[in-house]
Design a protein around this ligand. Sequence first.
Ligand SMILES: *Cc1c(COP(=O)(O)O)cnc(C)c1O
Length: 409
Amino acid sequence: MVKVNGNYLKLKAGYLFPEIARRVKAFSEVNPKVELIRLGIGDVTEPLPEACREAMKAAVDEMGTLDGFRGYGPEQGYLWLREAIAKNDFQARGCEVSPDEVFVSDGSKCDSSNILDVLGEGNRVAVTDPVYPVYVDTNVMAGRTGEALQSGRYEGLSYLPLSSANSFEAEIPDQKVDLIYLCFPNNPTGAVSTREKLKEWVDYALKNNALILFDAAYEAFIQDSQLPHSIYEIDGSRDCAIEFRSFSKNAGFTGVRCAFTVIPKTVKGKTSSGQEISIWDLWNRRQSTKFNGVSYIVQRGAEAAYSPSGQAQIKGLVSFYMENASIIRRELAHAGLTLFGGEHAPYVWIKTPDGMGSWDFFDHLLEKANVVGTPGSGFGAAGEGYFRLSAFNSRFNVEKAMERIVALS
Ligand SMILES: *Cc1c(COP(=O)(O)O)cnc(C)c1O
């Protein structure tokens, strides 16, 4: 028989969302009339911006003409989109990013996983705890960890614990790590980072020849103009950081699929013989071989996100979700809960009351308020005792969910 990849067998059974789905299904089977409100999975709910829809419709029609038809596009993305990204997302904020350092893709989830393809074995990998589970599980799948421990952590990974004591911002490691995953604004805690703190990370990375993988999927939700949106706002980052961005959460592209990864040409790794090599070259080679690009239609839709009307519509979407987040914050505080995040991110991170376990609080809200959230422990051992609510829902559902939770207190 064919051999399977044994690394997959190290994965802890019951990835978070399937377990949530299982409990919700079990509850609904016994209570078929109960209307649940889902503030669990981080998926957007509002319709696509009109500017993006119109651009995609026009692109469909163009593809129906002899002159406008396009087959395979560049694996890295069309230059006009890469230019719009470099100009609007980076140069406009004073960051030095050129269009050819932008790689357009069909998602940040895959990019942040696929990047391991061009990174070698034996790197010391640091992740925060709690963390977006993709960073951990993809390292497990790629054989970059040991076995799962009783705690749910994996041997061989360096965990940087987050808690209210450090404002959910990881301490700079005291030993040497080679690869660091950072996500700001953070999923799941909703925390943001400051320029000063990111500078400490960049300084650490430069000093230790480490690489930072910076996930900025939620940058559009930052409300304070003083906070950095990109790692490239930090001096020195072009030598030590890769940034992942996505149209999923700002433009509602979770079902359309478009994202991009920035790899400055100055980011270097080393070969087993110690020779310096450009990560950009390796990634470009990988994408050209394993990827055939994002559809022309979708890239036109993404480009329209940068038009004046696209920008205004995205601003409207972000404000809508952030208003939801502030309703959640206000009402939960009213219900006597201690909470974090939700100010620059669509996630509110709640301390479970009375020392309740994360899954107990999940069951409590499911059964008593008929609200589905996400147990903090699903994001890592240090998430135990916390719970995530998402602001991605209709105003009606958010208000109703909050009424139900407040009524419990
Ligand atoms: C939603 C999300 C993304 C975006 O993933 P896509 O594959 O682009 O939809 C990336 N990182 C985090 C932490 C997310 O929550």
